[in-house]
Ligand binder design. Sequence first.
Ligand SMILES: [Zn+2]
Length: 452
Amino acid sequence: MTCSSRRLAQFFPLSTAFFLLLVFFAPRVCAQKPDPELLAYIRTIRAIDNHSHPPALAINGQPDDEYDALPCAPLEPTDAPMTSRPENPQFLAAWKALYGYEYSDMSAAHVRELLAAKEQVKKEQGDNYPNWVLDHLGIEVELANREAMGPGLRPPRFRWVPFDDALLFPLNNSALASETPDRKFFFDREELLLQRYMRKLGVAKLPATLDEYLSQVVTATLEDQKNNGAVAVKFEAAYLRALDFEPADAPVAAQAYADYIHGGIPAKATYTTLQNYIFHHIAEEAGRLGMPVHFHTGFGCGGYFKMAGADPLLLESALDETSLRGTKFVLLHGGAGPFSKSVAALLVKPNVYTDFSEQTWLLPTRELSKNIRYWLEWFPEKVMFGTDLSPGTPEIDWEEIGWQTAESGREALAIALTGMIDDNEITRARAREIARMVLRGNALKLYGWPDR
Ligand SMILES: [Zn+2]
């Protein structure tokens, strides 16, 4: 029996014929609504946002450009997924909730008023504006995945997650960069980032041996990131190569580094072995330093993004390495798109976690709720809230995207848990517990932060 017919049957004495008719038609009307009391409770929980790209405040009118190591804006344009298009009514609701927007349309004149109201709040709040936004999104702590932190983004509300992909690619990248137009742009960015890391360490040129590179550049960068407040490190490697970081032979990797560090283009397989070896070093060191390793999994931006290479199952051998069991891995975006179910199975590994960031702006709320429910039915201790908010247009910027994603995330969680209560999988009390775990408790445990 479906949910609506069962509920109705409880309340109305129905003739058999009418009841059968109702059951027949019920699937069309059986869309699970969130339990109002549970949703109200969920709205009171101050969340930890496991993944986001908030912009720093502009300096002298210059907008921040460090919110992502591999920003999508300069790529060949592609259509936005439906949920993130301006016509999503959630954005109108965001304007009302954040800036007191009084209209139910998006006319040019009304939007001008909105932009003026937004400017006014920015002026009034000054340096506190990003905190003000978080307050309105119900987010206590936001993990900010950025090249560096910037004005207005300060702990304890904003915690840094730097990128470490650049460390994987110390050799000549021209062959890899020529694989797609997007990769050309992305590898240029990674090379600049590696130079930036080396400048920060005072290392003038790449060392001659792999051992020296690992100690003087790789470990030194990780320690520097940790000393500058990093709480985790992030790989968006799926934009640059497939995620199959297989164990690599040390002498082969050392030879590849020595052969090509002074020039020449390595064969793809040779370079991959070196990248894999460097990755294992980074993952081990991140574990030693207590920084979980975040991985982009699933759907990525750009018309050339290789979806098959972003399958989280490709990470399995890395996740299974005994030497990396001291490192915690977070499969960001829950394998958004085709891989959500695979992620649920990977959560059985003791050091693997996931979040539903990105799915919050990729999927409508109901679809999102199905993935969340599936994961919760496997391992509720491993699932975390996340927005993946990032800068947008002046009208629909990180604040509105943050509101839309946080709202969808909360409502989807409420729908998932309501369904689990209705199907007698959990009690109402356990649903509240799980809601709290997903919105903050699981993240607090993962990062070792006290619950206040
Ligand atoms: Zn992201």
